[in-house]
Design a protein around this ligand. Structure first.
Ligand code: ADP
Ligand code: MG
Length: 275
């Protein structure tokens, strides 16, 4: 009788504390303990383990949704042999996520298809798995959101969205030039995150020297690059597009090909299902 009352109290307690995963597995854990004749501390340990795992999973899924990653390719699936211009040890060091604490920006430069977004996604996944908030946005989408925010007088809100996450990924800077209002907003994001030591991952098809072509003037370009580069790692990726390489391996296009055209998103007239 006493045991039944205690059991009911435990159920009510778990429910009251919102420990629904522990509550769901309570009977199993107790049965397991009875069969194994395991000590009471094991029961507590198992219940906490179930609850913590469930909470981590929930947090991961929530943060994944908020992050808006374009796909879920883990860093472990990145084929370093295919892209010898990338130092796997450097990526390995970034994967430890020290750069998040240091506020070091990671700048991935190179022609289309060489894995810039894939690396940004892989590092983002690592950050989300560790419980960090990440926000991923392509530059042209940011421009679209800024236009909308201006119409509805919500630019401040958009700015907070860009400043709040531990890691902000700004993908594909450089395909379209930014006007003064857009560049000013970008400057604000970069400068405020810099002041708060909150890192960004930026990918671009343009070298630093060519950023003047996408920003309205020299002073703005210098101001943005100054903050972006001060605490940063730049990874210059050269070589062939991974997609085209796969096409070529499959015999769909002839070899050799020239991938060093810089800035041309469709260097060959191959139908590309990923674009
Ligand atoms: P970009 O440099 O244009 O951002 P992506 O990172 O989007 O290129 O790469 C294009 C496609 O090829 C993606 O589907 C990506 O997952 C894949 N990819 C690129 N490089 C690699 C690589 N080294 N290993 C595995 N997949 C890769
Ligand atoms: Mg990309």
């Amino acid at each position: 009788m006493q045991a039944e009352l205690t059991y009911e109290r435990v159920r009510t307690g778990l429910a009251g504390l919102g420990m629904s995963a522990a509550l769901d597995s309570l009977d199993n854990v107790l049965e397991m303990a009875r069969v194994d004749d395991s000590p009471a501390v094991d029961v507590v340990d198992r219940l906490l383990d179930v609850e913590l795992k469930a909470r981590n999973d929930r947090r991961f899924e929530t943060n994944m949704k908020l992050a808006g990653l374009p796909y879920r390719q883990p860093l472990e699936d990145f084929d370093f042999d295919a892209q010898p211009s990338i130092d796997p040890q450097l990526i390995g060091r970034l994967a430890t996520l020290h750069f998040l604490e240091e506020g070091t920006n990671v700048l991935l430069l190179g022609p289309p298809g060489v894995g810039k977004t894939a690396l940004a996604v892989g590092l983002s996944l690592k950050a989300i798995e560790s419980g960090h908030r990440v926000f991923f946005i392509a530059c042209h989408d940011l421009v679209g959101r800024l236009k909308k925010a201006e119409r509805f007088d919500r630019v401040d809100r958009l700015l907070s969205t860009m400043l709040r996450p531990t890691l902000l990924v700004l993908d594909e800077v450089g395909y379209t030039p930014l006007d003064r209002a857009e560049a000013t907003f970008l400057f604000e994001v970069v400068a405020k995150r810099y002041d708060r030591r909150k890192p960004m991952i930026v990918t671009s098809n343009k070298s630093w020297g060519a950023w003047g072509e996408i920003l309205p003037d020299q002073a703005m370009t210098a101001a943005i690059l100054d903050r972006l580069l001060h605490r940063s790692v730049t990874i210059n990726i050269q070589g062939e597009s991974y997609r085209l390489r796969e096409h070529r391996k499959a015999g769909l296009i002839p070899s050799p090909i020239n991938t060093q055209k810089g800035g041309d998103d469709q260097p060959l007239n191959v139908s590309n299902p990923n674009r």
